[in-house]
Design a binder for this molecule. Structure first.
Ligand code: ZN
Length: 320
């Protein structure tokens, strides 16, 4: 779970709190106009114009070739704007996250590669594991958080399609009434340093706990690609949930920043798939400045605040 949803998106139309929601929309908009706009209006994001789109007839997903044999599978019609990645070698492919489970991801993947596909998740929040159930091989981190989430959920999934969360049309075959995160089976437990030889390229797991206990990044060292999941993406990074550990997050972003000299492209899991490696050092500075109390809070609803430090921003519990 990633970006800040519009306050409108958080307010159900039949909610008894709707009057309060309208009030919050206006008051918060005055304070943080950049982040409380209707997320739909930011689409299409201009950064995508420079990327090579493939499978242009897909309607729910937009697919971009972001590096050789490397595809970003973007879901622009849901407010999370989740991005999954297919990393293809000569023998097999890794699917790093499976998105919302709203469109048919397996159908898209099958058009991109005929090789065996293993799923790894950047972490197991619902917006990254939605189509895990479609794939026979899912690798998972050996944490209680992962095991709990692998049982699936209804509530988290239903919240993703609440009023204001969808922009455009849901797929024709999608049934909102029965939508849930389906459970999945974990084939192999993975750990920091775990490598997968895809044939001609290798990806390595870097444990980056913080956003969640099971958060990982993936690095393809030969090609200089670093896939960061929700540890970095170019929107307010969610660090307020009970499963978040800020000390662990700081240690993880330092670990990633140390890799920057060998990284050409940083690929995050929401909004826009490509960033310069310089964002990694900026991320360290940003979170350290926030924790040192140097960044002014922009108050949001429910005791949360956005802390914007340069180009990086975080959605966190407001400091007391
Ligand atoms: Zn998340």
């Amino acid at each position: 779970m990633p970006k800040l949803k519009s306050l409108r998106g958080l307010c159900a139309p039949i909610s008894v709190l709707s009057v309060l929601c309208i009030f919050l929309s206006f008051s918060a908009a005055a304070q943080t106009s950049t982040y409380t706009q209707d997320w739909c209006k930011a689409l299409p994001r201009p950064e995508y114009k420079a990327l090579q789109r493939v499978l242009p007839n897909e309607t729910w997903f937009e697919v971009y070739k972001v590096a050789p044999a490397t595809f970003a599978i973007y879901e622009p019609h849901q407010s999370e704007e989740t991005i999954s990645y297919l990393i293809v070698g000569t023998k097999q492919a890794v699917l790093f996250d499976t998105g919302m489970g709203i469109g048919d991801l397996q159908k898209v993947v099958r058009q991109l590669t005929s090789r065996p596909v293993v799923v790894m998740n950047s972490h197991t929040h619902d917006d990254h594991v939605g189509d895990n159930w479609q794939f026979p091989f899912v690798f998972g981190m050996d944490t209680e958080f992962t095991k709990k989430n692998a049982k699936g959920s209804v509530e988290d999934a239903q919240a993703e399609i609440a009023s204001g969360e969808i922009c455009g049309d849901l797929p024709a075959k999608f049934d909102p009434k029965t939508y849930r995160t389906k459970p999945w089976h974990i084939s192999i437990w993975i750990h920091d340093g775990f490598k997968v030889n895809l044939g001609g390229r290798t990806v390595e797991v870097i444990a980056t706990p913080g956003h969640t206990p099971d958060a990982v990044s993936l690095i393809d060292r030969e090609n200089g690609l670093l896939f960061t999941g929700d540890t970095y993406y170019p929107a307010p990074i969610w660090l307020y949930r009970p499963e978040t550990d800020l000390d662990a997050y700081v240690a993880s972003v330092k670990k990633l920043a140390a890799l920057a000299p060998s990284v050409k492209l940083v690929l995050g899991a929401h909004n826009i798939p490509v960033a310069e490696p310089s964002v990694l050092a900026e991320l360290v500075t940003a979170i350290e400045n926030v924790r040192a109390g140097k960044i002014a809070a922009q108050p949001q609803s429910d005791g949360k605040a956005i802390y914007k430090a340069g180009k990086i921003s975080f959605l966190m519990k407001a400091a007391k």
